[in-house]
Ligand binder design. Structure first.
Ligand SMILES: [Zn+2]
Length: 135
């Protein structure tokens, strides 16, 4: 879990998956997906086949829904929701702001989750060959 949240390579859990650690470091989203082709430590290939990252769209969608459900429940408990006023619209705005602010992190984290789904941890990564996409 920790290597997932720190965005480390799923195979060796040591190499960083992204070129710069902070997705908010450079203004704009031009560099948010900057990642080396292979892991610096175990040489695991990250983009396992052409178009591999297209599947991350489903992952980030699921994450966005999970965040929305979480903020909705928190809003319901802390502020309340009623048909007599506009508190639900305040939540909509709040949730949209959260999702927009989280987007650079979400985009990266969905790639991390997606790759962890396909590449298993290998404690003997130094002796074994990197995993290929054939399963
Ligand atoms: Zn690695």
């Amino acid at each position: 879990m920790w290597s997932m949240f720190t965005m480390k390579c799923p195979r060796c859990r040591r190499g960083r998956m992204f070129t710069n650690n902070n997705p908010y470091k450079k203004f704009g989203l031009r560099h948010v997906f900057d990642m080396p082709e292979n892991c610096f430590v175990c040489h695991q290939r990250y983009e396992m086949e052409t178009g591999f990252w297209y599947g991350t769209g489903y992952v980030s969608y699921a994450l966005a829904v999970a965040i929305s459900v979480a903020t909705f429940i928190a809003w319901w408990v802390l502020i309340g929701i009623s048909v007599d006023d506009n508190r639900i619209f305040a939540w909509l705005g709040f949730n949209a702001a959260i999702l927009v602010l989280a987007q650079p992190w979400l985009m990266r984290f969905s790639r991390v989750l997606y790759l962890y789904f396909f590449v298993r941890y290998d404690p003997d990564y130094q002796v074994h060959e990197p995993q290929k996409f054939d399963a």
